[in-house]
Design a protein around this ligand. Sequence first.
Ligand code: SF4
Length: 476
Amino acid sequence: MSFSDMPVDVGPVYEGERIRGNQMYVELGGPKIKKHFELVRVKSAKEIKDGDVRLIGPDLTDMEEGERYPIGILVEVAGPELEEDLEAVFERRVHEFCNFVNGIMHLNQRYTNWMRISKSAFAKGLNNFEMLGTILIRLYKAELSIIKQAQVTFYTDAKEIEKPYEMAMQIYEKRDERARTIHDEDVDMFYGCVLCQSFAPTHACCITPDRTSLCGSINWFDARAAAKVDPKGPLFEVPPGECLNEEAGEFTGVNQMIKKRSLGEIERIYLYSGMEFPHTSCGCFEAIDFYIPEVNGHGIVDRNFDGVAINGLPFSAMANQTGGGKQMPGFNGVSIQYIVSPKYQSYDGLQMGLDGGIYTIVWMPKAVKDRVGEFLPEDLVNKIATEEEVQDLNKLKDWLKENNHPVVETWAELEAMEEEEEEEWEEAGAMVPMGTVGMTIPGIGGAGGFKVILKNCKIHAESIIIKKIEPKRRKK
Ligand code: SF4
């Protein structure tokens, strides 16, 4: 396979390339554009015109520099061994293959796809979708030899994208609906995926019936089909082995897998916890489950929410905290589909004396609640606040009390425990644990220093470096 006829280089070496706002020629899809998608469909050979690239809407040369446009990418493939279950896994490769192109940055998946074309790639001649489509078709056929024919259609017109967007949303929902029919105890094989290791080298997804991949695009059926056709590929079998802790979802086979795939960095995973040995998060998660110490509950914020979450942070700030292949108790990347699973962070709920993990959830964006509400316990759904009811933490506590949210029952016990602990430390004349004090560090951040208050936190760090940053001198 050669790309010598292309104006820019193509290869895995360019995965992970970042294109900042001031470097981009145009942005396609992303959070500021309403309807965008990418979809792969398996078709019969006679429905495919092999190598064909179609564009519905303006081409790159018709676009204005610095602007944003819709993007729909429909890849249709054929081959005698192909089956519908492989569509989602093929679809996830759009991310990888676009990122092979020097001068293209691709993030996310499904209806959250987000691309940037760099000014330098455009100047070099990457100025039409025909080239990108040709690159995708060549990569699909070369990297996945069971694909024998492929064609690509791009949609860049806001009106024309509507119909295929609705079709894509229906197909995603159909896949999710099927995934809801089975549970972890129904199967004797889990699956792993390392497609995101170019961005997060210590991250590997463990995909189980209850825990759809955190990017939301690969469910257990999809992973099973992919591992069957390409067992040595990025999706592979993970025999669960012995179950060490049923409530937490800790399995010897999953621990072995993450240890091997993270090159020894991560040793244990609790599949059903965001607080203890949580599943690693890359950067593609659909949503974040975050702990809110002020109410001893959890919030969920999804990628499409463009406001500030109940803890005062936007999704982007929490995503930086959560992603990169780290294991970050209190911040856990999750798929929307996982939220409706009965296993959803069930360990965390049970630890708090609640009926399940979903009962820890006190806040989520309205759009997410509209999507998952019908699958949540009836006695809970009206007790979960959204941005429409509560916008800041000060009001959340009262709102939860008024609505009798189950976490309220945990407050008395928690307060009693805290008081007891403080008394014990005082009596023992022991060092006051850092998690409960305000620290003033003189000389930093101005004459008065600054105060760091750490509540109910766990910190694991080899060292903490605090550096004074000298103000830059202005050149005369
Ligand atoms: S988030 Fe997980 S399942 Fe999805 S592509 Fe990345 S590694 Fe694979």
